[in-house]
Ligand binder design. Structure first.
Ligand SMILES: [Zn+2]
Length: 678
C-alpha cells in the first residue's frame, strides 16, 4: 500500500506538508483545563473515508526542528546515533531523541520516562502517537496544570523513529517491510528485526538470551536476530542512550493487537517486580482500553526491548500493541488513526506521571482547606496529614505561600503533637489578604508529592476575614514602689474588650526573663531596681494590645551622697548646689540641702539648686539624699563668700558725674518754669 509520502517529492512540497500538518495538529489540542480531563479528545466521527497522511522520517525531522524552534526552553532534539544506511554511506538518517522538560538543557534530578516508537518499519501509527504526545506536552505547558507540572517535574524522552531506514523504505517501496535495512553480507537478504536484536533478558536464564525462542538466525526471516546482540547501529544508539540515563518506565509502541505487555516475554517466568508491573500495566490499559497481560501471552520473543530494558536496567518496560486486528499495522483512514492516537497519547501522559513512583508506595497527603482564615494578629497554622509507607522525610517538608500574587515563599513544615500532622506557620496578614498555598513532601525513598497534585499550577486559596470585634485595650495599672522580697500584685483589671479578653501576659526581666499570666498575678521581686513590665492582652480573635507599668523595687542598700566641689564667690553671686553625682542602687527620691545663713536655718529641696549669697562668710552646706525605702546618706560642700570690693572713683569719673548731676538739676528747673507761664 502506498501513502501520500512517495519518495520522489521535491523538498518544497515536504516542507509545506509539514507546516500544514503541524497547523492541523495544533488545532487538535484544546486549551485550558479540558486537556487534563481528556488530553486529546480527537474526533473519531465516521464519515467519508479520508486517507491518513503518515509521517516519513523527513516529516518527523522537520516537525521536531519546528517544535524546537518554537519551544526551545522545554524541548530539545538530540541525535543519539545513525541508521544502518547512514553508517554505510547510502543514507542520511539519525536516530533522534526528543527531550521534554523545564530547564531542558540541564540534566536535573527528576524521574525519567522513555517512549520509543517504530522499531518495525510498517508500524506507522506508533510514530504518530509519539509525535502527538510530544506536541501535547509542549502545547499544554503553561495552559494545562497536569501537563505543566509533568514538564516541570519529569524528564521525558521520546524516540519517535527507532528504524528510520525501514520507515522510509516501507513508505516508498514495500509497506509491509518490518526490519531495518542492513545489507547482509554473503546473503541476498536485507534487514535485522530490531525487536530481536537486544541482548535478551540479561537475567541469567539461558532461555532468555539473545537469539532464543521467537527469533531466528536466518537472514531471510522476519524475526532475524542479527549476527550478535546489538549488532545494529540503531540499537547501539538506543543501548548507549539508555545506559546514560536513569529511566523509571519505558514504553515501546508497536502495532497491532490492542495489548499492554510486560516482561518476561521470553517465557512465562514472572519478574521480581511482577505485582508492580501488573499494577502499572493495568493502569495504562485502563486508559486505552486494551488487554493487559505478560508479554509471553502474545507469543514468546527474545531480544525484544521490554525484556532488555527491564532485565538490564530495571526499567518498568511495556510493549503496547496499538490498533485492532482490523486496523492492522497501519490503517489507511484518518478516523482510525485518530482513534488510536486518542487511546494512546493519554497512556504516555499517565506513564510520565507514574514514573515518579513506579513502586507505587503508599504516600498520602490530606489537607482540609479552610477557604477563609479568621482574622488573627498572631498568624495561622496550615497543617497537612502525611503518611508514607517508607516513612516521611521530615527534612524535606515545605509549605509554599504566596500573598496577593507576590512571589512564592517557603515555610518549613514542623511535626505537631498529633501523629502524621505537620504544620507551617503563616505570618499575620491584613484583613482581605488572599493567600495561595501548597504543600511539598518527600518520603524516605525520595518520591516527591505535592498537594494539590500539580502544584503550583493548582493551589489552595484562603482569604483573611475582617475582625469581627474591636481589639482590646490593655491597662497595666499604676506605677508602684515595692520592697524587694515582699510579694506584690500586678493589676491588669483596668483592661477591657468589647467581647472578652482571653489572655493576660506580663513580661519583664528580674534575674532573667519572667512571664506571668492572669489579670492580677502575685510576684516577689528578687532584685532591686526599676522594672518596666509589659502587659499584653489578647482577645478571642488574636487581636492584642499592650501597656506598661513601672515598678520600683527597693532593698536596704543606702545611697551615696556627693555634694559637688567646694567653691568661692563674691557677695551677690549665685552658687550652684549640684547633687547629681549622688548614686543609689535603685533610685534617689529626695535631695535636701541645709545650712545656716544670717542666723537662720535654710532648707533647699532638689537635685540641683541655686542660692544667692549677699553676706560674706564661709558656709558649710549639708546634702542629705534618701531612697524610697528610707535609706540615706549625707555629704558636705563648703562655699566661701567674699565681700564685693567698692570701685575706686577715678579722676575722670568724678567730673563726669558732676556734669551729669548739673544737667539733671537744670532740666527740673526748666520744666517747672514753663508750666508757670502757661
Ligand atoms: Zn512491532
Amino acid at each position: 500500500m502506498q501513502t501520500g509520502h512517495a519518495g520522489g517529492r521535491v523538498l518544497s512540497l515536504v516542507v509545506s506538508f509539514v507546516l500544514v500538518s503541524f497547523t492541523l495538529m495544533m488545532a487538535f489540542v484544546p486549551a485550558g483545563d479540558s486537556v487534563r480531563e481528556n488530553p486529546l479528545p480527537l474526533s473519531v466521527a465516521a464519515g467519508p473515508p479520508v486517507p491518513y497522511d503518515y509521517s516519513n522520517y523527513t516529516d518527523v525531522e522537520l516537525t521536531l526542528t519546528a517544535f524546537q524552534a518554537s519551544y526551545p526552553h522545554i524541548l530539545s532534539v538530540n541525535d543519539i546515533g545513525d541508521s544502518w544506511e547512514t553508517t554505510a554511506g547510502s543514507g542520511n538518517r539519525d536516530i533522534l531523541a526528543v527531550k521534554i522538560s523545564d530547564n531542558v538543557a540541564v540534566d536535573e534530578d527528576e524521574p525519567e520516562l522513555l517512549i520509543m516508537a517504530l522499531h518495525h518499519a510498517r508500524e506507522w501509527p506508533t510514530t504518530e502517537i509519539a509525535m502527538q504526545f510530544v506536541q501535547s506536552m509542549i502545547v499544554g505547558y503553561g495552559t494545562d496544570a497536569r501537563i505543566s507540572w509533568l514538564v516541570d517535574n519529569r524528564e521525558i524522552w521520546v524516540i519517535p523513529v527507532v528504524n528510520p531506514d525501514g520507515l522510509d523504505y516501507a513508505m516508498s517501496v514495500d509497506d509491509m517491510w518490518r526490519k531495518n535495512r542492513r545489507d547482509i553480507e554473503s546473503s541476498p537478504e536485507f534487514g535485522v528485526d530490531l525487536n530481536r536484536n537486544y541482548n535478551g533478558s540479561e537475567n541469567g536464564d539461558p532461555a532468555g538470551d539473545w537469539g532464543g525462542v521467537g527469533s531466528s538466525d536466518d537472514p531471510a526471516s522476519e524475526v532475524y536476530c542479527g549476527a550478535a546482540p546489538f549488532s545494529e547501529p540503531e540499537l547501539q544508539a538506543v543501548r548507549d542512550f539508555v545506559d546514560s540515563h536513569d529511566f523509571q518506565i519505558g514504553i515501546d509502541f508497536h502495532s497491532y493487537g490492542e495489548l499492554v505487555l510486560w516482561p518476561w516475554c521470553y517465557n512465562s517466568n514472572i519478574t521480581a517486580d511482577n505485582e508492580d508491573l501488573i499494577r502499572i500495566g493495568n493502569e495504562l490499559a485502563a486508559v486505552n482500553g486494551y488487554t493487559a497481560t505478560q508479554g509471553i501471552d502474545l507469543y514468546p520473543t527474545t531480544g525484544d526491548s521490554t525484556d532488555w530494558l527491564y532485565g538490564h536496567s530495571n526499567i518498568f518496560a511495556y510493549c503496547i500493541e496499538v490498533g485492532s486486528n482490523t486496523d492492522g499495522f497501519h490503517p489507511p483512514y484518518k478516523h482510525d488513526v485518530d482513534r488510536i492516537l486518542s487511546q494512546n497519547v493519554p497512556v504516555a501522559i499517565l506513564a510520565s506521571e507514574l514514573c515518579g513512583d513506579k513502586y507505587g508506595r503508599a504516600f498520602d497527603m490530606v489537607h482540609s482547606p479552610p477557604g477563609s482564615l479568621n482574622y488573627s494578629i498572631s498568624g495561622w497554622e496550615l497543617s497537612v496529614n502525611i503518611t508514607a509507607a517508607r516513612g516521611v522525610d521530615t527534612s524535606a517538608l515545605s509549605l509554599f505561600i504566596r500573598v496577593d500574587s507576590s512571589p512564592w515563599s517557603q515555610v518549613p513544615l514542623q511535626v505537631t503533637a498529633s501523629n502524621d500532622t505537620y504544620a507551617g506557620l503563616v505570618s499575620p496578614l491584613p484583613a482581605g489578604s488572599t493567600i495561595d498555598y501548597y504543600f511539598v513532601a518527600k518520603d524516605l525513598g525520595g518520591v516527591e508529592r505535592m498537594l494539590p497534585s500539580y502544584s503550583p499550577y493548582e493551589v489552595f486559596t484562603a482569604t483573611v476575614l475582617a475582625p469581627a470585634s474591636d481589639p482590646p485595650v490593655a491597662d497595666a495599672g499604676g506605677d508602684a514602689v515595692v520592697a524587694m522580697g515582699v510579694s506584690c500584685a500586678l493589676d491588669g483589671s483596668g483592661s477591657y474588650d468589647d467581647v472578652a479578653i482571653e489572655s493576660y501576659v506580663w513580661t519583664f526581666e528580674d534575674n532573667g526573663p519572667q512571664t506571668l499570666y492572669g489579670v492580677a498575678p502575685e510576684y516577689t521581686f528578687v532584685s532591686p531596681g526599676v522594672f518596666n513590665i509589659t502587659l499584653n492582652v489578647t482577645d478571642g480573635e488574636g487581636q492584642s494590645s499592650i501597656d506598661n507599668v513601672i515598678i520600683t523595687v527597693y532593698d536596704g542598700v543606702a545611697p551615696v551622697a556627693l555634694a559637688g566641689a567646694d567653691g568661692m564667690i563674691l557677695t551677690g553671686g549665685s552658687f550652684e548646689l549640684n547633687g547629681s553625682e549622688s548614686t543609689d542602687n535603685v533610685a534617689i527620691v529626695s535631695w535636701r540641702w541645709t545650712f545656716v545663713y544670717n542666723g537662720s536655718d535654710v532648707v533647699l529641696v532638689g537635685e540641683v539648686m541655686e542660692f544667692i549669697f549677699w553676706t560674706e562668710g564661709v558656709y558649710l552646706i549639708t546634702l542629705n539624699v534618701t531612697d524610697a525605702h528610707g535609706n540615706w546618706d549625707a555629704a558636705e560642700v563648703t562655699v566661701t563668700v567674699l565681700l564685693q570690693p567698692i570701685p575706686e572713683f577715678s579722676t575722670i569719673l568724678v567730673p563726669v558725674l558732676a556734669v551729669l548731676l548739673a544737667l539733671m538739676l537744670c532740666g527740673r528747673f526748666k520744666r517747672r518754669t514753663s508750666r508757670s507761664v502757661k
